[in-house]
Design a protein around this ligand. Structure first.
Ligand code: F1P
Length: 325
């Protein structure tokens, strides 16, 4: 009889999402979030580092889509150290949304301080109630999610979901489509073991609109978990140069719809020899983006396993990047 394989912390955090995302959604609806700063703001900055920055990209695009307001995602370090290049002087009527699992990433904390010094309203999203970000910001939410791994998985999906829900509450959008997404949760857990990492030497993730952040986070998952170099672009940017790299050893994952433009793009890439995996979007607004990244998290685990890399211990990486002040 074979020995039973133990499920690692990281694996269970990934699989927890099947139930926990629903819990986060229901919890969000019980929160009495003050939406007026979001409604009053003429523009919104979504700020974070690493995975939290990538989710900021998707959150900003969803915000613009649903509320029609300008929104920009900026890495924490850019706000902290290059403020005037990133934040307009006419920003006093904007809102800054600071995103951080730990609430302690130095650059995100410094960014919050900069926004405050410049009279900009700050709202945090974190998992850590005892964090500096929580103390600093004007308002925010601490999600009821625990994650101990170095690599961010359910913190990414739940923080992105929470920002989608806030946006939808502010826009007074119908929330019923979330139910359809949860009903189809198994789709996001598609087993990626049909992909043989040894068959490829070039890995690309692409997504347009709200899915750009998902593509970028997907590449980061492959890098952190399996030490595989991966590229990510907004889908149609890939035609403008990077496609020169495509060969029959390219694996391309595209978060795509059946739109003619995207299907033409897929055909073109297949024509260059790429193996294209299409992850079909399930909602025309992009609100399923929070869950689409789960496939890439599973890919990270799978690639790590085949390559003999420990996904729990990404090389050189710590759970939080804290810099000396
Ligand atoms: C963000 C982050 C992660 C990265 C690593 C270090 O942290 O950069 O994206 O994977 O865990 O921290 P946080 O500000 O969201 O806590």
């Amino acid at each position: 009889m074979g020995r039973k394989r133990t499920v690692t912390k990281l694996e269970s955090e990934i699989h927890d999402q099947k139930q926990e995302l629903r819990v986060v959604f229901d919890w969000m609806l019980t929160q009495d979030i003050n939406l007026s700063p979001f409604l009053k703001a003429s523009c919104a900055y979504f700020v974070g580092c690493g995975s939290s920055y990538y989710l900021a990209i998707s959150a900003a695009k969803y915000f613009t889509r649903q509320l029609g307001k300008f929104a920009k995602a900026v890495p924490g370090g850019e706000v902290a150290l290059s403020f005037s290049e990133n934040v307009s002087k006419q920003s006093d009527s904007s809102i800054a949304v600071l995103i951080s699992r730990s609430g302690e990433s130095t650059e995100t904390v410094l960014a919050a301080k900069k926004f405050k010094e410049n009279g900009i309203y700050t709202f945090f999203v974190t998992l850590n109630p005892a964090s500096e970000l929580h103390n600093l910001c004007d308002d925010g939410i601490v999600l009821p999610v625990e994650e101990t791994s170095i690599v961010m998985t359910k913190s990414f999906t739940s923080m992105l979901l929470s920002l989608f829900v806030i946006t939808d509450l502010a826009a007074k959008t119908d929330l019923r489509p979330y139910k359809l997404i949860f009903d189809r949760i198994d789709y996001f857990f598609t087993d990626p073991s049909f992909l043989d990492p040894k068959g490829f030497n070039h890995l690309v993730f692409l997504g347009k609109g709200v899915y750009e952040g998902v593509a970028r986070e997907s590449a980061l998952k492959l890098e952190e978990m399996s030490l595989t170099l991966a590229e990510a672009y907004p889908t149609f940017e890939y035609r403008h140069g990077p496609k020169s790299l495509v060969t029959d050893r390219t694996l391309m994952v595209i978060f795509s719809s059946d739109d003619k433009e995207e299907q033409d793009f897929v055909r073109e890439m297949k024509g260059y020899g790429a193996t294209v995996v299409e992850r079909k979007v399930l909602d025309t607004t992009g609100r399923d983006a929070f869950a689409q990244v789960i496939f890439s998290q599973l890919m990270g685990l799978h690639f790590a396993k085949v390559k003999g890399v420990n996904p729990e211990r990404p090389r050189n990486l710590t759970r939080v990047v804290e810099l000396d002040a």
